[in-house]
Design a binder for this molecule. Structure first.
Ligand SMILES: Nc1nc2c(c(=O)[nH]1)N[C@H]1C(S)=C(S)[C@@H](COP(=O)(O)O)O[C@H]1N2
Ligand SMILES: [Mo]
Length: 518
């Protein structure tokens, strides 16, 4: 192999070992801020508005995986370049690698959950990478300088020394890399803490219990193959957040503080929260980035304590009109005060579908506010409610081009038939879900091939805060057809047929599905 290739390999090995060393020390010292995740999160926070929209549109909930692979490829390219630079000029590659370390440290500094100890990891990473790069490139140079002399052959000691050094480093990279992956999964401390929690029974159930053990009212579920589950499994529930690495929050150390425009600051612990009278409610969450017909919406049965009760304990000052909820990782959402204090049951939620919140969905505690998109209300891993005014504070997405207010728009989706499906001739069933959170769905209509709107059968709603099943049976001739649906809410507003993109306050349009009757 050419010497330059070996120099590049040296760079990759040195940086690889440095990154792993940094991640391992972070796992031991400050698991919620590792250098790589800090750089990733800092990049995510700094991305221009619209990129998130684009990433979600292209990769959906796989956006994080795609992003991590992109980061890995970029680091690898820079590492290869650092090796070649160091070989050409002493210190040049090491300077690049030290620069990496500095970027890592700056990124760590930008993370709200970092503390002094979090800076150990980027320093370890940079030191390891600089030392290994220096040692390998020295050995490579010794080999090359030997090659200029007469005595070197394939069995030259200098060549052997370099290859042994590089091989040894590669073995250590593989071994510690495996160890680092193991450590990742042993961040199952939080998983263990989660499984040791016993949630109290709600003092008010989500619905009168039914003999079959179902938690939804009679007549709410239509038994149609292919229709969305009325209550979404936690495993199937969409996940959207800016957290590259899921925040690790120990419930024993968690508190929720109410600050800002209040008579007195209050703080509650997880145990205190569980001891309060908790209620259970079905609520449909929706992401403002959801496109027409998209999957970034779901319904769950949430267990929690009404936010208004906690706010009442603190005593909200009359001039306040917004609550800025903050998560442990610095994400913020700005929710109109009235949505948290009116008769709707905005919850400080601890349970999802009868279990403690899944880690990805905010364990141990998140907010759930009926009627509002997640970006202005549904703060996961929540740690503070700052009572304030829209005029004084801007939330995470509102500083990035998205709207300040985010009421969910009246919408519907066609689940059946699937796009491009072949449907046997005869009665064709069109079915799906419709939602208009906190206003309630009044009716759903469907139309075929742009024809007249026809009333669909609307299932019993769980509540005004959830989506509802609908279906219609149509006699259609053989051939290709398109079907569309539209919802009408109980305020009389009809789902918009305008073609509006998600930014800045939610998509509009009619979901259109084309299929063939055979
Ligand atoms: N801490 C935190 N909470 C967050 C977010 C986030 O990025 N960080 N994203 C919000 C957005 S945009 C949505 S749509 C919902 C999604 O909740 P889910 O992932 O449980 O479906 O969480 C909200 N809560
Ligand atoms: Mo969202």
């Amino acid at each position: 192999m050419r010497r330059r290739t070996w120099a590049a390999v040296s760079g990759a090995l040195a940086v690889g070992l440095g990154v792993i060393g940094g991640e391992l020390s972070a796992a031991a010292l400050s698991p919620s801020v590792t250098p790589v995740s800090a750089v990733g999160s800092a990049v995510i926070d700094g991305l221009p508005p619209g990129v998130k929209d684009w990433a979600i549109a292209w990769f959906g909930t796989a956006d994080k995986a795609v992003f991590l692979v992109t980061i890995a490829v970029l680091i690898a390219l820079l590492a290869l370049a650092a090796g070649v630079l160091e070989y050409r000029r002493r210190f040049a590659g090491r300077a690049v690698v030290a620069g990496f370390g500095a970027v890592g440290a700056l990124a760590v500094a930008s993370r709200p959950q970092s503390s002094l100890i979090s800076f150990v990891a980027p320093v370890v990473a940079a030191l390891v990478a600089v030392l290994v790069l220096d040692a390998l490139v020295r050995a490579l140079r010794a080999w090359q300088q030997g090659a200029d002399g007469a005595a070197t052959t394939d069995r030259s000691p200098a060549r052997r020394r370099f290859l042994q050094g590089a091989g040894g480093t590669a073995v250590v990279v593989a071994a510690t890399g495996a160890a680092a992956t193991g450590v990742r999964s042993s961040q199952s401390t939080v998983t263990r803490q989660r499984s040791s929690i016993t949630l109290p029974a709600p003092t008010e159930p989500a619905a009168p219990p039914r003999p079959e053990g179902s938690f939804v009212p009679e007549g709410a579920e239509l038994e149609i193959p292919g229709i969305s589950e009325l209550v979404t499994d936690a495993d199937d529930f969409y996940r959207i957040d800016t957290a590259l690495v899921v925040p690790v929050v120990d419930p024993a150390g968690w508190t929720l503080r109410v600050t800002g425009l209040v008579d007195r600051e209050v703080e509650i612990t997880f145990d205190e929260l569980l001891a309060l009278p908790l209620i259970e409610r079905h609520v449909t969450l929706a992401c403002v980035s959801n496109t027409v017909g998209g999957g970034l919406t779901g319904t769950a049965r949430w267990l929690g304590w009404p936010v208004r009760e906690l706010l009442a304990r603190a005593g909200v000052r009359p001039e306040a009109d917004m609550v800025l909820s903050r998560s442990v990782d610095g994400f913020t959402a700005g929710t109109p005060l009235e949505a948290l204090t009116d008769s709707r049951d905005a919850l400080i939620a601890v349970g999802m579908n009868g279990e403690p919140l899944p880690v990805e969905h905010g364990f141990p505690v998140r907010l759930v506010v009926p009627g509002l998109y997640g970006f202005v209300s549904a703060t996961k891993w929540v740690s503070e409610l700052q009572v304030t005014r829209f005029a004084d504070e801007k939330a995470y997405w509102s500083t990035r081009g998205w709207s300040e207010r985010g009421p969910v728009k009246t919408s519907s989706r066609v689940d059946v038939p699937r796009p491009n499906a072949d449907v046997p001739a005869g009665d064709v069933v069109v079915a799906g879900v419709a939602w208009a959170q906190h206003r309630g769905v009044e009716a759903v209509e469907v139309r075929v091939d742009g024809g007249p709107w026809q009333r669909a059968v609307l299932a019993t709603a769980i509540s005004v805060d959830t989506w509802c099943h609908y279906s219609a049976t149509l006699a259609l001739a053989a051939g290709s057809h398109t079907v569309q649906s539209r919802a009408v809410d109980r305020e009389g507003d009809v789902q918009s047929d305008a073609d509006v993109a998600p930014a800045p306050d939610g998509a509009e349009g009619l979901h259109t599905v084309t299929f063939t009757v055979t």
